[in-house]
Design a protein around this ligand. Structure first.
Ligand code: SF4
Ligand code: FES
Length: 343
C-alpha cells in the first residue's frame, strides 16, 4: 500500500495505482473534486491515456524516500503513486495555467461549431474549455478541414472535431472482433483511418460514438433531431441476447418518442457498460424497454441547470483574485449556486 496526498487530502491506495485513480478514489470517498479532467483515458478500455495531457498534475514530493519534486507536470493517468507522494492539482495556480495551455492546444484544430454540433451539451471538450481554458487563442493559422464521412449507415465521422484521443481506436481494437485499429499519418496530418469502417459491421461498433469525447463520431440516427438539453434521459433495460451486452441503457425521450439510445455514463463520463448495436439502433420504441426511472446526470454535464453561467462567474472571480494577490482561492463547491441554501 502507498500513502499519497492530493490537494491536501491523504489516502492509502494499493501499489500500482495511478495518481488519477487515487484522486478519483478520494472524490468517491469524500465527495470532493480533486480528480483532474481526462480526455483520452477511459478506465473501461486498456492502454488508454497518455495522449491528451489534460490530466497533468504537479508532483511536489516524489516519495517518502526521495522527496524531490518532479521537475515538470506529469500525466496523472500514466504515473503511479509512490509512498509519501504529494500531488497538487486544483491547489496549484501554475498547474491550472499549464492546463489552460493544454486546452488551448486541443482547440488549435477544433472548430468552434458548437451551435451546429450534435455533441454540444454533452461534449467533454466544451466542458473542459469552460472549466479549465482561457478565453481566446493565439493560433493564427488556418485549421485543418475535412469533409464529413459516413462510416456505415449509423455513424458519421467529422474529422475536423477529432482531438486524437485514440478512444475509438481502442474500442475497435478491443471490443470488436478483428484487429482494425489505426490512425493514418503522423503529427499534424494524423487522422482517424478507414480502419473503423471495417469495424462497423460488428455488434459493438456503435460504442465509438459513446467514447468519443467530442462531436467527431456521432449517431446518424439521432443527428439534428434535437438539442440534447431538450431531451429527457431515462434509464431502462431489456433482455438482450447479444453476447457481452448488458441491455442496460439510457433512453433519450422527446415527448413520448425515444430519439436515441446510449450507454449509461458514470460520474467520470465513461460508459458503465458497452451496449450492442441492436439495443442502440434498433430498439427505438419505448415498449421495447423496462423503464427504471430518470437518469442521474453528472455534475460535468451542461444539462445540469446553471452549470455554465455559475462556472464562468466562479472562474472569473478566481482569476481576478489570482491576478490581484497571486493566490488561488477556493470558493468551495456550489458556493455561488443560488439553489444551495445555507442552513
Ligand atoms: S474520433 Fe473521437 S474518439 Fe476517435 S480519436 Fe477522434 S476524438 Fe477520439
Ligand atoms: S487523460 Fe491523461 S493524458 Fe489524456
Amino acid at each position: 500500500m502507498a500513502k499519497v496526498t492530493i490537494d491536501d487530502i491523504t489516502i492509502e491506495v494499493p501499489d500500482g495505482t495511478t495518481i488519477l485513480q487515487a484522486a478519483r478514489m478520494i472524490d468517491e470517498k469524500y465527495g470532493t473534486h480533486t480528480a483532474p479532467p481526462t480526455m483520452c483515458y477511459y478506465s473501461k478500455l486498456k492502454t488508454t491515456g497518455g495522449y491528451c495531457r489534460t490530466c497533468i498534475v504537479s508532483v511536489t514530493q516524489g516519495s517518502e524516500k526521495d522527496p524531490r519534486p518532479m521537475p515538470k507536470p506529469v500525466a496523472s493517468c500514466r504515473t503511479n503513486v509512490m509512498d509519501g507522494m504529494v500531488v497538487k492539482n486544483n491547489t496549484s495556480p501554475e498547474l491550472l495555467e499549464a492546463r489552460a495551455g493544454v486546452v488551448e492546444f486541443l482547440l488549435i484544430n477544433h472548430p468552434l461549431d458548437c451551435p451546429v454540433c450534435d455533441q454540444a451539451g454533452e461534449c467533454h471538450l466544451q466542458d473542459l474549455s469552460y472549466e479549465n481554458g482561457d478565453e481566446g487563442s493565439r493560433f493564427q493559422f488556418p485549421k485543418r478541414v475535412y469533409e464529413p464521412i459516413d462510416i456505415g449507415d449509423k455513424v458519421k465521422l467529422n474529422m475536423n472535431r477529432c482531438i486524437m484521443c485514440y478512444r475509438c481506436v481502442k474500442v475497435c481494437d478491443q471490443i470488436t472482433d478483428n484487429r482494425v485499429h489505426g490512425m493514418l499519418y503522423r503529427g499534424a496530418d494524423s487522422e482517424i483511418s478507414t480502419y473503423i469502417e471495417k469495424a462497423i459491421d460488428n455488434d459493438f461498433s456503435g460504442n465509438v460514438i459513446d467514447v468519443c469525447p467530442v462531436g467527431a463520431l456521432t449517431d446518424r440516427t439521432f443527428r439534428f433531431k434535437s438539442r440534447v438539453w431538450f431531451t429527457k434521459p431515462v434509464d431502462a433495460h431489456r433482455n438482450c441476447e447479444t453476447e457481452g451486452c448488458t441491455g442496460k441503457v439510457r433512453l433519450w425521450f422527446k415527448g413520448d418518442d425515444v430519439l436515441r439510445v446510449t450507454s449509461r455514463k458514470d460520474q467520470w463520463g465513461e460508459a458503465e457498460s458497452f451496449i450492442c448495436n441492436t439495443c442502440r439502433f434498433e430498439k427505438k420504441n419505448a415498449n421495447d424497454w423496462v423503464m427504471e426511472g430518470p437518469s442521474k446526470i453528472s455534475h460535468h454535464s451542461v444539462i445540469n441547470q446553471n452549470h455554465y453561467e455559475l462556472q464562468q462567474i466562479k472562474l472569473g472571480i478566481k482569476r481576478q483574485i489570482k491576478h490581484l494577490t497571486g493566490v488561488k482561492i477556493d470558493l468551495g463547491e456550489g458556493a455561488l449556486n443560488p439553489n444551495n441554501i445555507q442552513k
